[in-house]
Design a protein around this ligand. Structure first.
Ligand code: FAD
Length: 367
């Protein structure tokens, strides 16, 4: 049954998932209390993300059935951003995939995963690359351009959502060290967005460490994120204003919650791959080397789980910025007693359900 009733809702965890839920539900007129051990925006996995909104580029990590959801999230970011108090660096200039000559087989493999019928991507030769990213054309002769993909500045986005929430009368924030026992009975709904910290209650969750480098290179310019395909050290580089670039990211299994230091080996790998992209990076200044723990389930796909009045959204792995806006939409719909075209995709029915089954379920929901 659908409802327009307004509820008292707790959000546990103010990463990008919690912030997007808090914003969407506050805008819907519900009374929201966000709990997090830190002030918001807090320093968490979301705060160290690269901010790529790239559902096609992620095809080796995210099944094709999630592409539409990712594109819908990009639209939602475009709707949200003009209403926020602070400006956020967001651009929709597409992405470019490239490989060194000896690694072009990786581009072919990547291409074989892309949806054949999509108009969103095209192969590039040296001249095409020179048009898009002139400084890369000397070294790279083939590539794949993917239109429609975007990138966002994660910290600016989190700051802007947090500042805007703080001006809303129906929003408040409380610091808390643990998930308070009494919370489930105190609120109409509890939205659990604790990221990897929820692993204490959810044994299916695991942590995957990701490390990222931030540099300034006054001699280099990019208009869009570029991915360098490499058999051992694949990297992406995301341009920020003022010649700043984010370079990431490692994927290290078996991470512990407090394992947020970057290893020498990862730093060397990221720096070597970066230097192979363009020689001007030898003079670049390292601004930060950072790490975070991505929350993931065994299939590396996000899930919404509902248990009485508790709704948990977790397992966003490499796709917190890409998918949290559409997941937040599914949550707001669910609280109204409705479903969206994507609800089935994120709702985990049984513990061994694969994404193919979820896709079928999604189609049934839409129908
Ligand atoms: C290096 C790196 C690069 C990445 N790049 C990208 C990218 O380019 N694009 C993309 O889409 N995604 C990217 N990601 C993935 C993205 O960052 C994650 O998917 C996302 O951060 C998950 O968000 P979350 O809100 O679920 O968890 P988190 O960001 O970890 O937030 C969880 C919050 O819960 C709080 N919390 C924990 N326990 C409690 C408690 N008991 N009570 C209250 N609060 C609690 C924590 O303090 C924290 O603030 C990247 C990740 C990393 C590490």
């Amino acid at each position: 049954m659908t409802t327009t009733e307004k509820y008292n809702i707790a959000i546990i965890g103010a990463g990008i998932m919690g912030l997007n839920c808090a914003y969407a539900l506050s805008k819907d007129g519900h009374t929201i209390t966000a709990y997090d051990p830190q002030d918001i925006p807090s320093n968490n996995a979301s705060f160290v993300a690269g901010g790529m909104l790239a559902p096609f580029s992620e095809i080796e990590h995210l099944p094709e059935s999630f592409i539409e959801a990712g594109l819908r999230s990009i639209d939602i970011w475009q709707d949200i951003l003009p209403d926020l108090k602070n400006k956020v660096d967001f651009k929709q200039n597409g992405s470019l995939m490239i490989a060194h000559k000896e690694d072009t087989y990786l581009l072919d493999r990547f291409e074989s995963h892309l949806p054949k019928s999509s108009q969103q991507w095209q192969k590039m030769n040296k001249e095409d690359i020179a048009q898009l990213e002139p400084q890369l054309a000397d070294k790279f002769k083939t590539g794949i351009y993917i239109a429609g993909e975007a990138h966002i500045h994660p910290r600016e986005a989190m700051q802007a959502i947090s500042s805007t929430l703080k001006t809303m009368k129906n929003f408040s924030h409380q610091k808390c060290e643990a998930y308070p026992d009494t919370i489930n009975s105190k609120y109409d709904y509890v939205i659990d967005c604790r990221g990897y910290a929820a692993e204490v209650d959810d044994p299916e969750l695991r942590g995957i460490k990701g490390e990222l480098l931030i540099v300034r290179n006054e001699k280099f310019e990019l208009d869009r994120p570029v991915r360098l395909m490499h058999p051992r050290y694949p990297l992406y580089i995301v341009p920020r204003p003022d010649h700043v670039f984010m370079i990431g990211a490692t994927i290290i299994e078996g991470a512990e919650e407090d394992d947020e230091q970057v290893s020498v080996r990862s730093a060397l790998e990221l720096l070597s791959a970066l230097y192979s992209l363009h020689p001007s990076f030898d003079e670049a200044k390292i601004l930060e080397i950072i790490a975070g723990i991505r929350p993931a389930y065994n299939d590396n796909l996000p899930r919404i789980k509902i248990n009485k009045n508790v709704i948990s959204c977790n397992g966003l792995f490499r796709h917190g910025f890409l998918l949290s806006p559409i997941i937040a939409k599914c949550i707001t719909a669910s609280i109204k007693g409705k479903t969206t075209a994507f609800t089935g995709l994120f709702t985990k029915g049984t513990s061994d359900e694969t994404h193919h089954q979820r896709q079928e379920k999604n189609i049934q929901t839409v129908a």
